[in-house]
Design a protein around this ligand. Structure first.
Ligand code: MN
Length: 753
């Protein structure tokens, strides 16, 4: 489907209200806010809220949203999300109402402080500093993210309100231009959804993911949404059948509970389809059953396990799929028992068991956590997390994009639990190695780590840990970190410490280089001063003095050209001649095709004849939704908007993204690939090649077939003109007898060579 078609499909309601109606609408929304907030009012609160509303309404008076609505409806909506969906209170509501005033209007932080005091002014200030994220360019954006985290560690409400703000912007994203939609969605999937997850806001995380997917992957989104609604009745019937005996059992046992089936999100279904390479019909867990038990704090654990026992009396559990997050809560606070049992018709069904308290934490995350903080056995979980973040932020001087990546892998990933020999539990991100564990204990232990014993078996430092492992670190005083170590750590702390140590090492080595240079210059009677050193650094084009000295020490630079230098009045001058720079041209596989016209229209550029290449990671072909990425050195690279790297690129390098669209052109063909699985039968290859090159006249570039146990798996590389032609091919192949599956290869697999 073309991009234009997508734009046309969205029909937006025309905004058309009289000033009178508008006023009524604003008041109605304001009253809706008061209604959800009222239970939390203490004396004087209502007046404060009204004051904040009046200030905001007055300040935004002349502003409108892209939809044409009065701007004030946005802060009111954000406030309602904060109260209803996150569980925040009066002070956060005031901040939500004011969150865009300091940024966009004449209201100042001093005004806010005078009216509402220091606490609220600080939060609004935090929100103001990061509120510009949408419109700013990228590395600033990563910089902003760093700021978000710094404020977060002061007052988590800043990030909670920011998430509510982002959620409302995502809910109203239809009104934005396509490029903006792509950029904002990428940023959401890249940063905000994981952050919501990390804060324990599951519902918001899920909605952010689904909304991002709606814009980044419109076809996939619509397809799954449609299939979900088509199969809804059938699913409800099954859920009712599944629940019925459980309800009776739980009632008999005297539990006070809710039980219901909950559909999985479109994004998670889509992820599963992609990850496992299966069709919608083959995704078995389209829903999960949730049981909420109303329980008193001291009986929680016991009662959840009792419920588990009743369920597994009725349905057989899968032994590998029991997750006990009650004994070991996730670090975002999530607690529950998850099990997968075999339901009617032999279908696997996931069942989640939690108490009402656990459920509130699962839905409202951090805010609910604070509510229950007193009396919780594990009350400093978040504080610990914040402390970790603070430590990493303060020890890192890497650039912001790196920082963001490190942060994502180390703080936003799911975690595993491992045990020290004494039985203490340590939490680490997924894919952590023995070395990460060593650094978690102490940086001195990490730096001297030479190996580990995992479950009493000796393993190398790069060994990946799994939940439940017991780990003992082995150290040696002679050990020290090397460059290689960076390849197998994932935690930010380990990375930072290794980098520090490497830098220290480099500094020591550079000292030797400095002495070598000093001797060489003195030998030639040239002064060893900054001016002459600078001349050499600029001649050798080394990024820094440290690198220059280091290169000399390790003999990467032998200062050969120094003999041609001249000295004028003590000042060193290096020869002007420069080495010829040979430009390496990138030969692509697509060159062979006739090239009469540019295939792409690149918006925002003066000429449409721009050199471009097609990204290897997603091999786009005409008809795919694409964008251009201005790379350093390789010109414009075209990616599919659903490329696995797209979100990362768009979120981090927005100014280098250019909008691109395919022009109608049937002269150039593009290399792509399909995977075929079917029953191995004589002549099947013949039939396949007949269809491809015979009937459809498509050129085959390569073909590999592997067979075994009566099945075959084939990979075929073909040249097609566009997506339509490829889809045609896939459909024709699917109709062949004995063919089970035909799929486009859209990742690295497509470059099978
Ligand atoms: Mn806003």
């Amino acid at each position: 489907m073309s991009e234009q078609a997508i734009e046309q499909q969205v029909t937006l309601p025309k905004y058309n209200l009289t000033p009178e109606q508008e006023k009524k609408l604003i008041l109605r929304q304001y009253r809706a806010l008061l209604k959800v907030l009222r239970p939390k009012f203490k004396k004087g609160d209502e007046e404060l809220i009204r004051r904040a509303f009046e200030i905001a309404a007055e300040a935004h008076k002349t502003m409108r949203r892209k939809s044409g609505e009065p701007y004030i409806l946005h802060p009111i909506a954000v406030a309602i999300i904060c109260v209803e969906e996150i569980g925040l209170g009066v002070r956060s509501t005031i901040c939500s109402l004011l969150h865009d005033t300091v940024e966009d209007t004449d209201v100042t932080i001093e005004d806010v402080e005078r009216e509402f005091g220091g606490e609220i002014a600080r939060i609004v200030d935090g929100l103001t500093k990061i509120s510009n994220v949408i419109d700013t360019s990228t590395s600033q954006q990563a910089e902003n993210f760093k700021k978000i985290l710094l404020t977060l560690t002061d007052d988590p409400r800043v990030i909670l309100i920011k998430l509510a703000d982002r959620l409302h912007n995502m809910r109203t994203l239809d009104y934005m231009k396509r490029e903006k939609q792509l950029k904002i969605s990428s940023e959401t999937i890249w940063v905000y959804a994981p952050l919501a997850h990390r804060m324990g806001l599951y519902n918001i995380k899920t909605e952010l993911e689904d909304l991002s997917m709606k814009y980044l992957e419109p076809e996939g989104y619509r397809e799954i949404a449609q299939k979900l609604s088509e199969t809804k009745r059938e699913r409800s019937r099954y859920i009712n059948e599944f629940i019925k005996p459980l309800k009776e059992k739980l009632k008999k046992a005297g539990f006070n509970f809710d039980i219901y089936g909950r559909p999985k999100s479109i994004h998670s279904i889509w992820n599963k389809m992609k990850k496992k390479g299966v069709d919608f019909d083959e995704v078995y867990d389209l829903f999960a059953i949730r049981i909420i038990v109303y329980s008193s704090p001291e009986k929680e654990k016991e009662e959840c396990w009792k419920v588990y026992s009743l369920i597994t009396d009725e349905y057989l559990p899968s032994p590998e799929r029991l997750r006990d997050w009650i004994s070991n809560p996730k670090s975002n606070g999530y607690e529950a028992l998850h099990t997968t049992v075999m339901g009617p018709q032999g279908k696997w069904v996931e069942v989640q068991i939690r108490t009402n308290r656990m459920n509130e934490i699962a839905e409202k995350g951090l805010a609910a956590h604070y509510k229950y903080k007193e009396g919780s056995a594990d009350e400093d979980r978040f504080d610990k997390w914040f402390a970790q973040i603070r430590e990493v932020i303060s020890s890192q001087d890497t650039d912001s994009v790196d920082f963001l990546q490190d942060f994502k892998t180390s703080f936003l990933a799911e975690e595993i639990y491992v045990f020290t020999p004494k039985g203490d539990v340590k939490m680490l991100p997924v894919n952590s190695t023995a070395l990460d564990f060593a650094f978690t204990i102490h940086s001195a232990i990490g730096s001297r780590c030479i190996g580990a014993k995992v479950n009493h078996k000796l393993v190398p430092i790069s060994h990946k840990l799994r939940s439940g492992d017991q780990v003992e670190i082995i150290t040696s005083n002679k050990q020290k970190p090397t460059e290689d170590w960076l390849k197998f750590v994932v935690t930010a702390k380990a990375r930072a410490k290794i980098k520090d140590s490497l830098k220290e090492e480099k500094r020591n080595i550079a000292e030797d280089g400095k002495s070598i240079l000093q001797r060489r210059l003195e030998h030639m009677n040239i002064a060893f001063n900054q001016q002459n050193i600078d001349e050499l650094i600029s001649f050798y084009k080394t990024p820094s003095q440290l690198d220059f000295f280091y290169n000399i020490a390790i003999k990467r630079n032998e200062l050969k050209e120094l003999k041609d230098a001249i000295v004028i009045g003590g000042k060193l001058e290096m020869p002007k001649l420069q080495k010829n720079v040979v430009e390496v041209k990138h030969e692509t596989e697509y060159k062979h095709s006739s090239k009469k016209d540019s295939e792409l229209i690149i918006f925002g550029e003066s000429s449409d004849k721009i050199k471009y290449s097609l990204a290897k990671c997603c091999s786009p072909i005409p008809g795919d939704l694409v964008f251009g990425f201005v790379s350093t050195g390789k010109g414009l690279i075209i990616h599919r908007t659903n490329c696995p790297n797209a979100a990362q690129l768009m979120a981090n390098y927005a100014p280098r993204i250019v909008k691109t669209k395919w022009a109608k052109n049937k002269e150039i063909s593009f290399l792509t690939g399909v995977k075929i699985i079917g029953i191995d039968d004589v002549g099947v290859i013949n039939k396949i090649t007949n269809i491809i090159s015979g009937e459809l006249g498509i050129n085959i570039s390569a073909l590999t077939i592997e067979s075994g146990e009566g099945l075959f798996e084939g990979m075929i590389k073909v040249f097609v003109h566009d997506k339509e032609e490829l889809e045609d091919l896939v459909n024709r192949l699917k109709q062949l007898n004995g063919i089970q599956e035909v799929q486009r290869l859209d990742d690295e697999d497509a470059n099978f060579s």
